[in-house]
Write a protein that binds this ligand. Structure first.
Ligand code: ZN
Ligand code: ZN
Length: 147
């Protein structure tokens, strides 16, 4: 399941069946499994939920803790320099996170492509790593929540 499908299924369901989503259980399960491993999609779904219902999803805190992407993302520039074996030894937590987190895997891949292009002398000014996801993440992190 890709990002677009996962979001469409979860938001489509959220529009008419907020909580229990009785229909298309297989697709919905696949979408939920995707979102459980993909912080980007989770952010989209959580933001949509916030807009639709005026509050963050019940498990927003748990999911934020589960992902821990911000810790990885802050150090992605360092992590991308390491070989996988080196990464597992020196940064076991990060290696584990990168083992399942689709969002961080994609960022890592993008960053690696940029670094390789830079190393090859093709400095792609048009293709600087976009900070868009950072904006989204920090906006969500800052968004006011009832305590
Ligand atoms: Zn996704
Ligand atoms: Zn992550």
């Amino acid at each position: 399941m890709n990002h677009t499908d996962a979001i469409a299924i979860l938001l489509g369901t959220a529009a008419d069946k907020p909580a229990d989503g009785a229909r298309a259980p297989a697709a919905r399960t696949a979408a939920e499994e995707h979102v459980a491993r993909c912080s980007d999609c989770w952010t989209v779904v959580a933001t949509a939920h916030q807009e639709a219902f005026g509050e963050a999803p019940a498990d927003a805190d748990r999911m934020a803790a589960l992902f821990g992407c911000d810790v990885i993302q802050d150090r992605l520039f360092l992590l991308v320099e390491m070989r996988p074996a080196e990464l597992r030894i020196r940064e076991p937590e990060a290696a584990r996170h990168l083992g399942w987190c689709l969002s961080c895997q994609e960022r890592m891949t993008e960053l690696r492509a940029v670094e390789q292009a830079a190393a090859a002398g093709e400095l792609p000014s048009l293709f600087a790593p976009t900070p868009k996801w950072r904006e989204t993440m920090s906006r969500v992190a800052r968004s006011p929540r009832g305590s």
